[in-house]
Design a protein around this ligand. Structure first.
Ligand SMILES: [Zn+2]
Length: 594
């Protein structure tokens, strides 16, 4: 089975997938000779956040990267919590010890990894918060925000990840994480801890706990080397997540400076670090479940989200960014469909860099001229005003007019990112900051940028710094599809934190934009239409597949698939018996071929 089909099958189970890099002769397809995660890290821009069950996206990914390994997102999105047993770090021994104490793991889906380890797939458990690294030596738990390499993928060693015999998800279904394992991931819950199972050290207490342990060791007369070794082990086994090794070494070094009889338990630096850690507000998965909306709050599905930033890129004048944005604004003002998708009604504040004369023409086309719920700020009126103050004024106007959509066309012009500043990521980040603040107030922000000449993917097509793209939640790139395509057709490429990359062909008509569909589907539909028109209309003139191959120049196998498809949809009928002397002959079904 191809990687694509394996990915599609996983998606059919409800497991969102992402394409991962793959190994070629032990080297990673990312081309980084020092890659530390050969054949295992995601190809897409936002990593596991891009994981999807959407078939068209999956097909396109593996069409582009047929060799890509398959990643499956773990956690609530897939209803999976996966136990990852790595033999190179003693995982098998740990598991053996665990099973001796608690009985064998229940019989759910399980895979052998390319490195000879195991993945045990369980039902998602919300009680396990965050991915646990080294829960036991060599044993990790993957849940929300994590992913695992799915069977069918190939390890850098050349070995495949495979389901264990009788343990594929087709044969057995996922079972809940056993209570014994839950206790291990959350030691606070353990009624009577096994003596060899020491409590985990959470963030906010790692520095001080390790320093205190080091102090105890030093007071017992242990050497620096011994303290360092013990601390590194404690750090990797008990700290959640572990501190970087160099920080652990620093703790060992600073404590070892004291004579064994004169150890102050805490070094002052580690106290400061703990203080800093505590000031940061961490949310549990439970809190996020309450605080964050479960549904994406779309303003214009799937392009603009309330509280988010959408970037629209396209070549100066040619792409039609302003046309796109003004038509979108018109749909939002009416709460009507845009490109066949729902919008939610709100007023609009629009910052334009165009002269009012040319902008007047643009909004006239989009039926915005004369409207009193469409509020425009012209760039020439902002000259000499700081960008921060412009945003402030725009936010105030949004509040006053009850507008939830703010469009900045274009951002570099309004933010004063000209000359060298255009390419400076520091300036770009600074320009985005006031907009991020505005988004936090529940405003949907759309920024336009002129695309540089070379093009590229949606995420890096904007002119200047890619820092914008890192902050934007959704990036749209609008372009013409080449010289021989109709002038009113545009390709919109979308990269999004919400539903992965996508492509859409749109046509600008007198009534506004019309969605034509994904480019591949459009081409397929066109091919199907062409083929259908080559098939005779009357039963009398019915043609054999050979005749059709001769008249269309298409291969037999290709034609057969199409004919089967058309026949299944009752678009065509056939006569004949499908054997020598009486071959099948096809003709259009007049009832169904409009
Ligand atoms: Zn790599």
């Amino acid at each position: 089975m191809t990687k694509k089909n394996i990915a599609l099958r996983a998606a059919r189970r409800g497991w969102p997938v992402i394409p991962l890099n793959w190994a070629m002769n032990g080297r990673c397809s990312c081309n980084d000779l020092n890659c530390s995660s050969v054949g295992k890290h995601p190809i897409t821009a936002h990593g596991v956040k891009d994981a999807t069950t959407k078939r068209s996206t999956i097909r396109r990914w593996w069409h582009e990267f047929p060799k890509a390994n398959i990643g499956v997102a773990t956690g609530m999105v897939s209803n999976l919590t996966v136990l990852d047993v790595d033999p190179r770090h003693g995982g098998e021994n740990s598991l053996r010890r665990f099973e001796k104490q608690n009985g064998p793991l229940p019989n759910g889906p399980a895979a052998r990894t390319g490195s000879g380890g195991f993945h045990y797939y369980f039902k998602y458990s919300p009680e396990i918060v965050g991915n646990k690294i080294a829960l036991m030596p060599g044993i990790d738990v993957k849940t929300d925000g994590g992913y695992v390499v799915h069977p069918g993928s190939r390890h850098k060693s050349g070995k495949r990840y495979v389901w264990l015999l009788g343990r594929s998800p087709k044969k057995v279904s996922t079972v809940p994480v056993p209570e014994s394992l839950l206790r291990l991931t959350n030691p606070a819950k353990a009624p009577n801890k096994a003596p060899e199972c020491e409590p985990m050290i959470p963030e906010g207490g790692r520095n001080s706990t390790l320093a205190s342990l080091a102090g105890t060791m030093r007071s017992r007369g242990m050497t620096y080397e011994a303290i360092e070794a013990a601390l590194l082990e404690d750090n990797s086994l008990r700290c959640d997540p572990p501190l970087p090794d160099f920080e652990v070494r620093n703790i060992a070094r600073s404590i070892s400076q004291y004579a064994s009889g004169d150890v102050r338990i805490l070094s002052s630096t580690s106290k400061d670090d703990d203080e800093k850690e505590r000031k940061l507000h961490f949310r549990t998965g439970k809190q996020i479940a309450v605080e964050a909306p479960a549904k994406v709050p779309w303003l214009v599905r799937p392009f603009v989200v309330i509280g988010g930033i959408t970037e629209v890129d396209g070549k100066v004048k040619l792409a039609g960014k302003t046309t796109f944005l003004t038509y979108m604004a018109a749909a939002v003002l009416d709460g009507s469909l845009f490109l066949g998708q729902q919008t939610s009604q709100t007023n609009v504040v629009y910052l334009t860099e165009q002269h009012l004369v040319s902008f007047r023409a643009a909004i006239e086309r989009a039926n915005l001229l004369g409207r009193s719920d469409f509020h425009v700020l012209n760039w020439t009126d902002t000259i000499g005003v700081k960008w921060k103050s412009i945003v402030q004024a725009a936010v105030t106007e949004c509040k006053r007019q009850n507008a939830k959509l703010l469009i900045v066309d274009t951002l570099p012009q309004f933010a004063g990112l000209v000359g060298d500043k255009k390419n400076n990521s520091g300036d770009a980040l600074e320009a985005m900051r006031p907009l991020q603040e505005a988004a936090k107030l529940g405003i949907a922000i759309v920024i336009a940028r002129h695309e540089r000449k070379s093009g590229g993917s949606a995420a890096d097509s904007g002119r200047g710094s890619s820092a914008f793209a890192g902050i934007a939640d959704i990036i749209l790139s609008i372009r013409r599809q080449g010289e021989n395509q109709p002038r009113n057709i545009r390709l919109i490429q979308k990269e999004s934190r919400f539903d992965g990359p996508d492509e859409l062909l749109v046509e600008l008509t007198d009534e506004g934009y019309r969605a034509l569909g994904a480019p591949g589907e459009v081409a397929r539909q066109r091919a199907a239409d062409d083929l259908l028109s080559a098939i005779p209309q009357s039963r009398k003139e019915a043609m054999t597949i050979e005749d059709l191959a001769a008249s269309t120049g298409k291969k037999r196998a290709y034609l057969q698939r199409f004919l089967d498809h058309l026949e299944a949809n009752r678009k065509i009928l056939k006569r004949g018996r499908g054997r020598k002397g009486s071959p099948f002959r096809y003709f259009q079904n007049e009832i169904h071929s409009a």
